[in-house]
Every structure is written in C-alpha cells, then in structure tokens.
Design a protein around this ligand. Structure first.
Ligand code: SF4
Length: 473
C-alpha cells in the first residue's frame, strides 16, 4: 500500500461524513481472515462512518501486528493482552514484552484478558493468575481493561472486586440483566456485539434495552460473530451499522442517537479522539428537538443525570452561559421540521419564563408544536399563577411529580421550597384547565409508590408515565 492510500484513510484527511460516526471498540484486524483484502475492509469501514477501530491483541504476535496497523492508519488503535485461552503460555518474558508494548501511544487498553470456563483451553488457575497480572498492568498504566468472560461470571466479578478496579469494558457481553448490573456497579462498560441481533437472543436484547446510555458500547469482534443479515459469514467493521441499527430499535431511539452515545462512550473508555466541549442549546432526540436554555433548577433530585455527567444522549448539556433568544432561535432553525420543540435540558426551563413565552410564540408562528418539561415549581418561583401566560403557546406540558407524597418528594427531589410537592399538584390542576395536553411523570425509584402516584394522576384526570431514572427534566 502506498503512503498516499494510507493517508486517504486517516481521519485528518478524510472528507466529513454525511452520516453518524461510529467506533468499533473490538475487532481483530490483524488476523489472517483479512490478509487478502484488509485495505478494502478498511475502506468499507470508513465508508460506513467508522471513525476509529480498536484492534485487540490476544498474544504477542497479534499485539505486534496490531501496533503495526495502528502506526499505518491514524484511525486504528490497539491493545495489549493474552487471551485466557492462551493463559497456560504466560511467562515473565511475555510480561516484560507487554511492559514495552504499552509504552506505544496507540496501545489504548489492556486485554483481551479474563476467564473462559466454556472451552477451558487453559487450566482455570492459570487463567485466574494471568487475569490478575493484566489487572496489575492496567492499574500501573492507567489503561482500561478489555475483558472476555465466558461462563465465568462469578469469578470474573470477584477478581475485579478484590482488585478494586473500575475501568474497562466487558467485551461481547453475553450475560443477563443481573450480570450487567454487577458489571456496571463496578464502573465497567457493557459492549454488545453481533449476537444481540440474533432472533433468539432474548436475554441480550433485554440487556440492550436496559443498559443506561453511559455504560453502552458497540463492537463487531470481527472476523467473528457477524450480525444479521451476515450471520455465519466473516464479520468486518462496516457491519457494525447493523448492530447499531438493531440496538437503536430495541432502545426506541434512532440510529443517529445511538451512534452519538456509543461514540462518546468509546472515546471516554479508551481516551481516543476528540470529545466536543461545546454545550448544545438545541438537540435532536428521535424526531423531537429539545431546548437547553438553563442549567439552574429549584430541585436537586438525587437521580438527576447532571450530578454525574455533562452529557445526555451524547450531547453536552452543561452550559457556559444561558443562551439569548437569538441564539435559541438560531439553534432551532425551522421548528416545523420537528414533531415538537421541547423545553427541557439540564435545569427548570420555566425559571426563564419570558424566554419560554417568546420562543414558544415564535415556534407556534412558524408552524411548530411546543412542549414544556417542568418540575412544576413555576408558581413558587414567580410567586404568582403563571399558567394563564402559557395559554395558546404551549401545546403540551409534562410535569415531573416524582413522588407519591411530600415527605418522599423532599427526600428524593430536595426542593428549594417548602411544601413543593403540594405546589406541584396545584400546578398540575391549574395546567389541566388551560394547556391542551398535561402529563404527569414519575421516575421509577424504589422509594416511590407507583400505584399511589397512578391514583393521584387518576384523581387529577391526567395521563401518567413512568420515566427511566436517567432522563432529564
Ligand atoms: S431531574 Fe429535573 S427537576 Fe430534578 S434536579 Fe434535574 S433538572 Fe431539576
């Protein structure tokens, strides 16, 4: 391959994509399976929007080939590890080589390592010892672990817990929801591969639906485990699109959202690429446009995502300033292009009542539809009933009730005001008289009596929806 060809595949010289970018967080590009057409495979990956690939080492030979590939192509990264199948071959001299490999800046992870009690190609004791060595190397270098765990879940979790390690990825995750929760409680990512697309993979599909955005990665594990419709064929990075499409459908979000979410996670997990630090004012989720006009809020909900991340669905929402009306209009563009324009974001939008009113009027004039997601404190904030001011300009309002009584509300939402729960209920009652569609939402927390919340909604005569705990607003 000429240097010119290699450059043409590098991210720096590549034309901007018209499609969402993806990162294949686990494949084996150095394998013989790609020897005849590796360049074509990489070109197809680029054409499919693959922004970066982590080609994963499983022994010294594959690591050296991976490093070579990572030097030839800007967008390829690699890792250093001995597969548990080969654990019986581990030696001091291999460990010494590993210490040299990790000095290369394109080596971004330790692994794949872990335990495989399905094939037992190496004695289990050897596997456990070598796994611990990899963990030590990860702790020494600060690089994340790439973990292979097959039919060895209890031992894998126990060893990681004992080592107090919290950075890494469970690659080609094959466990159930219970295992996924244990993995996430350690701080590890769940990486889904082609098998999630298989028709009978009901357990994996359930995991794919339930893993919170912050913990999800997507990989091919190419040349193995091709997703549908290529099951049984050689896998390659460009097929990642099929897994992304399927997982997006399972999560009821669009392809673009899942691509953004998992690309951000991959960059964070492996410290690769550039993460945009620019806060967004308007961001699209499915076919709605969400507005982020303030980060101020009169609650401090224990479950609020803003206390542990600046990002929602891969969008940075931590504002460095509250946007002006001009900035908001510019960020919206054509409001009629969306199913609805939603005031939401990282704070309580009705704190900026005048801005909401002016923008809502403008959206309506342009043929758009307006929803406000609110904590229902507006009348406390403005010390008057503001609901009539929303008449004719707000089509829908979604009020976060978030508890079944005042005591629980105070404990979960930690409001700035006394008797805030009572005020929220009053706000819902007033809104129902004026706003065409009013909805109550509640986060599904253990403390919350959902049946009681439903009864309150029935008494108020408004629909009721349970929100996932990682939703904002
Ligand atoms: S979840 Fe909503 S109401 Fe609660 S603190 Fe966050 S932005 Fe405020």
């Amino acid at each position: 391959m000429s240097d010119q060809t290699k450059d043409s595949l590098s991210p720096s010289s590549c034309a901007p994509y018209s499609q969402p970018v993806l990162i294949d967080t686990h494949c084996h590009l150095e394998m013989e399976a790609f020897d005849n057409d590796r360049d074509a495979v990489l070109q197809r990956a680029r054409n499919a929007g693959i922004e970066a690939i982590v080609t994963v080492g499983s022994d010294c030979e594959s690591i050296e080939k991976g490093i070579k590939l990572s030097q030839d192509y800007d967008f390829i990264y690699t890792s250093c590890g001995l597969h548990p199948h080969e654990a019986r071959d581990f030696s001091d001299s291999i460990y010494h080589k590993f210490k040299e490999y990790v000095k290369n800046e394109k080596v971004v992870a330790i692994g794949e390592t872990g335990l495989d009690y399905h094939y037992n190609n190496s004695p289990r004791n050897d596997q456990r010892e070598v796994f611990v060595k990899h963990i030590m190397l990860s702790q020494e270098t600060g690089l994340p672990l790439i973990i292979h765990s097959r039919e060895a879940q209890d031992d894998t979790i126990r060893i990681l817990r004992d080592a107090d390690v919290s950075r890494g990825v469970f690659h080609c995750f094959s466990g159930d929801v219970d295992m996924a929760e244990k993995v996430m409680s350690l701080g590890f990512y769940i990486s889904l591969a082609g098998p999630v697309t298989f028709k009978k993979a009901s357990m994996l599909k359930e995991v794919a639906r339930l893993v919170p955005d912050d913990y999800l990665l997507i990989e091919t594990d190419a040349p193995y485990l091709a997703p549908l419709p290529y099951r049984g064929k050689r896998n390659e990075p460009s097929y990642l699109q099929h897994t992304v499409k399927h997982v997006a459908e399972l999560r009821n979000i669009n392809y673009e959202d899942l691509a953004r979410i998992t690309t951000l996670n991959a960059k964070r997990a492996f410290g690769i690429g550039v993460i945009s630090e620019k806060a967004v004012i308007a961001y699209k989720i499915r076919d709605s446009l969400y507005l982020n006009i303030t980060n101020r809020c009169t609650n401090k909900c224990s479950f609020c995502v803003k206390f542990h991340t600046d990002y929602v669905k891969g969008h940075k929402l931590r504002l460095d300033h509250e946007p002006t009306e001009g900035e908001i209009k510019e960020a919206i563009g054509n409001p009629a292009a969306y199913r609805e324009v939603v005031f939401c974001g990282y704070g309580e939008p009705l704190q900026r009542l005048d801005v909401v009113k002016h923008i809502a009027q403008w959206v309506k004039k342009k043929g758009g539809t307006v929803r406000v997601n609110t904590n229902g404190h507006a009348n406390l904030i403005h010390k008057k009933n503001i609901v009539p001011e929303l008449k004719g300009i707000v089509d829908r309002i979604s009020v976060s009730m978030d508890a079944h009584d005042e005591t629980t509300y105070n404990r979960i939402c930690r409001p700035l005001y006394e008797n805030a729960f009572t005020a929220v209920i009053d706000f819902i009652r007033l809104a129902k008289e004026i706003i065409p569609e009013v909805q109550i939402t509640v986060v599904n927390l253990e403390d919350v009596n959902i049946a009681q919340c439903k009864r309150i909604a029935q008494q108020l005569g408004v629909p009721f929806r349970i929100r996932s705990f990682n939703a904002v607003g």
